[in-house]
Design a protein around this ligand. Structure first.
Ligand SMILES: NC(=O)c1ccc[n+]([C@@H]2O[C@H](COP(=O)([O-])OP(=O)(O)OC[C@H]3O[C@@H](n4cnc5c(N)ncnc54)[C@H](OP(=O)(O)O)[C@@H]3O)[C@@H](O)[C@H]2O)c1
Length: 408
């Protein structure tokens, strides 16, 4: 038995469930939910709905006014103590007369931290650590970015059971099921950027947009980023459609044709220049650093075979988390492309082990969630436990992603 009661755990679970409603809406802020309880009754509950909007704690306190006196507040992140676009929550809590605050994890953002100390100094009881693992996982994009200034990197792949991403004649749409593709859109909805290589842009001509599934909403499209070292992509591709909204960023070599760079910029796209590595490719680590410098906290890479081998097999793999969708079918063919291209590893002991976080189903497909060794783990930072899951998954969505009759 831990030191919390089932009721207390239940209230924090509810705060986390509410927080998850902010998926796709709150970046660059964290997802936060709050539940206000008095005499075992929930007085109010709320969640942060986006930048500039009231914090979850402020919403519940405003809703109940003086009734907050003597209540207990459950919130998945330490209440802030700073004046940002909204006032400090710690101060509001003290004024409200709340007697005790349960929070899951401390705020790693140096400008907002210190709320717990401020509360304690004002005589409010504070209890930290309730459902901490879930709370770290939920906001891992935010925590990684605050600590490292680099985005959290997710790599998603879809293949047949024998690892093929297309047939020998090049057919690739669709290997994975509708449910898996919908889930990919769920991830796209919550990340700040989507990244592909030139090969995928050319062969698939994707729009590279997030199309939220079901009742989900989002406040902006993720940035579209494409690696095109010599700027050989055609401007007629959907990626460059001015009606898509939001920027398309093309990452190229400084040696790319000057007039092609100017042409892109004239059309409103961004061009980032990064010197090529010895393989003649954009070094992915440098590309990820640039994405962080642009203030983007998370990026989903949807790689073709070449980008996948750079992201997952190179000396400096960039992935923090890998989602693999395996369709229960074989495609075979020595000429059919596989998930990972490039030279491959010459020796078995060079292969890096992956930690399996989930083996499950997505509609008719197998869904694996993996974490490479050495990927971002909050344990590197003081007092933070390792992140062992991928907390942005909402149990409520299980039903939504359940196998549908049309999935095959
Ligand atoms: N099943 C899946 O999950 C999935 C997902 C996406 C794509 N695909 C399939 O993958 C195929 C495309 O794969 P692909 O290997 O031809 O192309 P790709 O991996 O999408 O793009 C590779 C190209 O990107 C450029 N690039 C620049 N920096 C790079 C870096 N660090 N690492 C890798 N590439 C870099 C290079 O362009 P230059 O040649 O100009 O140097 C390279 O040739 C398509 O058929 C698509 O349908 C499958």
């Amino acid at each position: 038995m831990g030191r919390w009661t089932a009721k207390q755990i239940g209230y924090m679970k509810e705060a986390l469930r509410l927080a998850r409603q902010g998926w796709g809406l709150v970046s660059p802020n964290p997802m936060v939910g709050a539940v206000l309880v008095k005499r075992n009754q929930i007085l109010a509950k709320s969640w942060h709905t986006g930048p500039g909007q009231p914090h979850a704690e402020a919403s519940v306190l405003t809703e109940v006014g003086q009734k907050a006196s003597g209540a207990e507040l459950y919130v998945n992140l330490e209440p802030c103590s700073h004046y940002g676009r909204t006032g400090p929550c710690a101060e509001l809590i003290v004024k409200s007369g709340v007697k005790k605050v349960y929070y899951s994890v401390p705020d790693p953002n140096p400008t907002a931290a210190g709320g717990a100390v401020a509360l304690e100094e004002a005589g409010v009881e504070v209890d930290r650590g309730l459902l901490a693992d879930e709370a770290w996982e939920l906001n891992q994009f935010f925590f990684k970015f605050v600590q490292t200034k680099k985005p959290f990197v997710i790599v998603k792949t879809a293949s047949s059971l024998d690892g093929k991403i297309a047939t020998s004649s090049g057919e690739s749409r669709w290997i994975s099921s509708k449910a898996s593709r919908n889930y990919t859109h769920h991830i796209r909805t919550g990340v700040d950027a989507l990244l592909i290589g030139r090969g995928t842009a050319e062969k698939d001509d994707p729009e590279l947009s997030a199309r939220p599934w079901g009742r989900r909403k989002m406040h902006r499209q993720p940035w579209r980023i494409v690696l095109d070292p010599l700027l050989r992509l055609s401007m007629t591709l959907k990626l460059f459609d001015p009606n898509l909204g939001g920027p398309t960023v093309v990452i190229c070599s400084p040696k790319a044709d000057q007039s092609a760079k100017e042409n892109l910029r004239r059309r409103g796209h961004a061009v980032w220049e990064i010197p090529l590595n010895e393989k003649g490719l954009i070094p992915l680590g440098a590309a990820i650093d640039e994405i962080g410098k642009a203030g983007l906290q998370s990026v989903l890479i949807e790689p073709g075979a070449t980008v996948a081998s750079e992201a997952l097999l190179s000396d400096e793999p960039v992935a923090d988390l890998i989602h693999m969708f395996l369709a229960p079918k074989f495609l075979g063919g020595k000429d059919a492309p596989s998930l990972l291209g490039g030279q491959g590893l010459p020796k078995l002991d060079l292969a890096k082990n992956l930690e399996i976080l989930k083996i499950g189903r997505m509609g008719p497909d197998i869904h694996l969630v993996l974490r490479p060794k050495g990927a971002f783990s909050a344990s590197a930072a003081e007092a933070m436990p390792p992140i062992t899951g991928y907390g942005y998954w909402d149990e409520d969505l299980d039903e939504m992603y359940a196998p549908q009759p049309q999935d095959n």
